[in-house]
Design a protein. Structure first.
Length: 456
């Protein structure tokens, strides 16, 4: 299969049939709070500057009400199903909740709440992280009571680190054996190591000092100091290498990378001024960002490349953006045939980048687990997943057989590169496509897991 042939076929496919995605895959979801201005959850296109889209029908706890609630403090996107997981910044005396939200389009269809405690004057869940088993690691601050009110601070009441079981409903503290190290300051961010065994807790001590502490999870234990920065930390995250990203409410600098392999810290020049949130766009390695109240521009949504170059998406004039996350696009679904010979989709990063309108270089890549065993194979493209996988000669076909619209033959190389250049046609935005690799190895017929993406 040549690049030219595949591009022509792909363009023809897209122009003939467009399946509109219900939720804009690949977009950024972000939260905002404040004592004034619009609060809640919003969606922004990851590359096209535009006003954000508000999520409608939110629980009032995620919206600002004069004299009452303050809005959203953090957000995660569960890429497998598009669920939004949002933490509150709650008014004093109210429950501080983690929300699991399912959408119908951009309207809330379902919202389940999990309480981590009762708020003091600044009670909130400043950041959270998805665990490998589907539970959620959270930091909670300024609590007067509740399951995570177990670490005393000098100025922010009680705080804690815990795990929220979204199925069973339990909120379980992660014990900290040396809580006195956090007496000065307040938890202002948390993330999880790539292997899921260590929490990295950001402690905002002052405008000139931020600390990052490592804590074993889920068992807990003694927190150990990992690094410090000369500014108050607002958020932490990981890059594609699993190294730590740190952003601050002060500076410059406003961003740092901690390299675990070399145990060194590097300041990243951004030009953004103070930052209040960072996420990760895993298919490109770029970082969604929110500037703080003194940012450049203030209270804005941007994205940044690993060198620190930023691109502005929106300055909507809303409340303070405080959390940001991206839904993976492309992403995988389903289960591959169990075999050492199977191909795997390579998406962190995806060599072809995002599936944006006009991206002539968009592509997909598969890598063989055991390239010497692969004889030949192919790839299927379709317009829908199978409601129930169809087993063919021992392989579960994950696409709807009636809506498979294109197939290409692949060779037997260790890396399979599938060029799928996207025409510069705005009407293609929102088209969703699905793929699966099928190949023959020395052990028989093998199928990859599925892949889906939506054109942006």
């Amino acid at each position: 299969m040549t690049m030219t042939t595949s591009r022509i076929a792909f363009a023809s496919l897209l122009l003939s049939t467009v399946a509109t995605a219900q939720v804009p895959d690949g977009w950024y979801a972000w939260t905002a709070f404040g004592t004034a201005g619009r609060s809640g959850i919003f969606l922004s296109h990851p590359r096209t500057p535009s006003m954000p889209i508000a999520v409608e029908g939110l629980n009032p706890d995620l919206l600002y009400v004069p004299g009452g609630r303050a809005g959203g403090a953090c957000i995660l996107v569960r890429s497998s199903d598009g669920a939004l997981i949002a933490g509150e910044r709650a008014a004093v005396g109210n429950s501080v909740d983690l929300h699991v939200i399912r959408l119908n389009g951009v309207s809330v269809a379902f919202d389940q709440l999990f309480s981590v405690g009762t708020a003091g004057p600044a009670g909130e869940i400043p950041q959270a992280a998805l665990m490998p088993d589907g539970r959620v690691l959270v930091a909670a601050t300024d609590l007067v009571q509740g399951p995570l009110a177990n670490v005393p601070t000098a100025n922010y009441g009680m705080e804690g680190v815990g795990i929220v079981d979204l199925r069973g409903g339990a909120v379980t503290p992660v014990p900290i054996a040396n809580p006195a190290v956090f007496q000065s300051g307040v938890f202002n961010g948390i993330t999880l190591s790539a292997d899921g065994t260590t929490a990295y807790i950001a402690n905002y001590v002052s405008s000139t000092l931020g600390e990052v502490w490592a804590l074993p999870v889920p068992a807990g234990g003694a927190a150990t100091l990992l690094t410090t920065v000369p500014a108050g930390i607002s958020n932490v995250g990981l890059d594609l290498n699993g190294d730590l990203m740190i952003v601050s409410l002060n500076g410059p600098p406003n961003c740092w990378r901690w390299d675990f392999a070399t145990q060194t810290q590097t300041a990243i020049t951004t030009g953004t001024g103070p930052l209040n949130a960072i996420g990760l766009e895993s298919v490109t390695g770029m970082f969604p960002l929110c500037t703080a109240n003194a940012g450049t521009p203030i209270r804005s949504i941007l994205w940044m490349d690993p060198s620190g170059t930023t691109s502005l998406l929106a300055t909507p004039g809303y409340g303070t953006p405080s959390g940001i996350a991206a839904r993976d696009n492309p992403r995988t679904f389903g289960v591959a045939t169990a075999s050492a010979d199977v191909y795997l989709w390579k998406l962190r990063p995806n060599q072809g980048g995002l599936p944006t309108v006009g991206n002539a270089g968009f592509s997909l890549t598969m890598e063989a687990g055991n390239p010497n065993a692969i004889l030949f194979g192919g790839v299927l493209l379709g317009l829908a997943k199978a409601a129930t996988p169809v087993n063919v000669a021992g392989v579960d076909v994950l696409l709807d057989p009636a809506l498979i619209v294109w197939a290409g033959v692949l060779g037997a190389s260790a890396t399979q590169f599938l060029p799928l250049g996207i025409p510069n046609d705005a009407s293609l935005a929102g088209a969703s496509l699905f793929a699966q690799g099928i190949h023959v190895s020395q052990t028989g017929l093998i199928g990859t897991n599925g892949l889906e993406f939506t054109i942006l």
